[in-house]
Design a protein around this ligand. Sequence first.
Ligand code: TXA
Ligand code: MG
Length: 344
Amino acid sequence: MNTLLLKDNEKDIEKAGEILAKGGLVGIPTETVYGLAANALDGKAVEKVFKAKGRPMDNPLIVHIQDIGDIEKFNLVSEFSGKAKALAEKFWPGPLTIIMPKGKAIPDEVSAGLDTVAIRLPEHQVARKIIKAANTPLAAPSANISGSPSPTSVKHVLSDLDGRIDAVLDGGHSRVGLESTVITVATEKPRLLRPGGVTLEQLESVVGEVDVDEAVFNKLGENVRASSPGMKYKHYAPRASVILLVGSDSAYRDYVNSHADYHVAALCYDSDISGLTVTTFSMGSKEDYSTQAHKLFSSLRKIDKEERITVVYARCPEPRGLGMAVYNRLIRAAGFEVRNLEEV
Ligand code: TXA
Ligand code: MG
């Protein structure tokens, strides 16, 4: 299959909509990461998404809409509760996915057999225009091969999926750089399943106390049922081993320098660079979580391209605000390998 490269203009947006309406697959830009979209109401089209990504069929997809009214218009949920509405009104369009009891129109392929469905109204104008052109909600996971870092540019999408999808539309670099926040309101108390661009603090300001699922920070045991199936897979895994180092600036510098060799790299902050004797990849400044989020996945992809690098010592942000999302992705990239430098 020849993958069409589409641009951000009316004609190409129409073309993307046409391909999707006919059951094809299109990589679409969003403000979080690029999505691999298919008609969410067409089980056969959705099945192709799983095949193209090599994604396990038991991991459900997010349904993307272009207007809140799409929820009722397309029968996407069976109950749009007060809490869900309050969250939607406050944070949509934006990087928030809300899980609700699923409606009749949702095929089993989308919800992976669960009785709930994940819905998101993206902020990216081009994403919304494509959904409108397709005239149907779009199921879209991140547009990467399962297990590799999520794509934040069209180049990343093509490096994973060229030849496996019908088209990709170039809408520039994703602003947030990490996938959306996922919250469920299908439980008695709202529960955060994945941290992202909308923070825990922001969610709690709208719906009161929100539980944080244990899979946000911890590795799930073999036989534990995940609230969000995506949490049980090793995600965002670069080829090299990533090890998170927790400790002061000087403890980090000393540890990395004493382990320096040709195969080692540092995923660090701007202020660390001058003190380190290994190749560095900076995530930005220490307190600037939004730059860290924006740069994390592209840094992991850059590291992947350097064949000699087999070990990456990464700094670890505080898990608060947007730092919680960066921390959550990093511990997964590290396969939960965290070393506390005060204890070594
Ligand atoms: O920012 C994003 O959310 C991007 C863009 C493209 O919108 N999409 C994305 O999709 O990250 P994906 O498939 O990579 O991640 C969706 C996550 C998975 O962890 C999945 O298990 C969870 O949402 N999920 C989807 N439906 C669910 C449901 N009904 N119940 C629990 N978790 C669900
Ligand atoms: Mg993904």
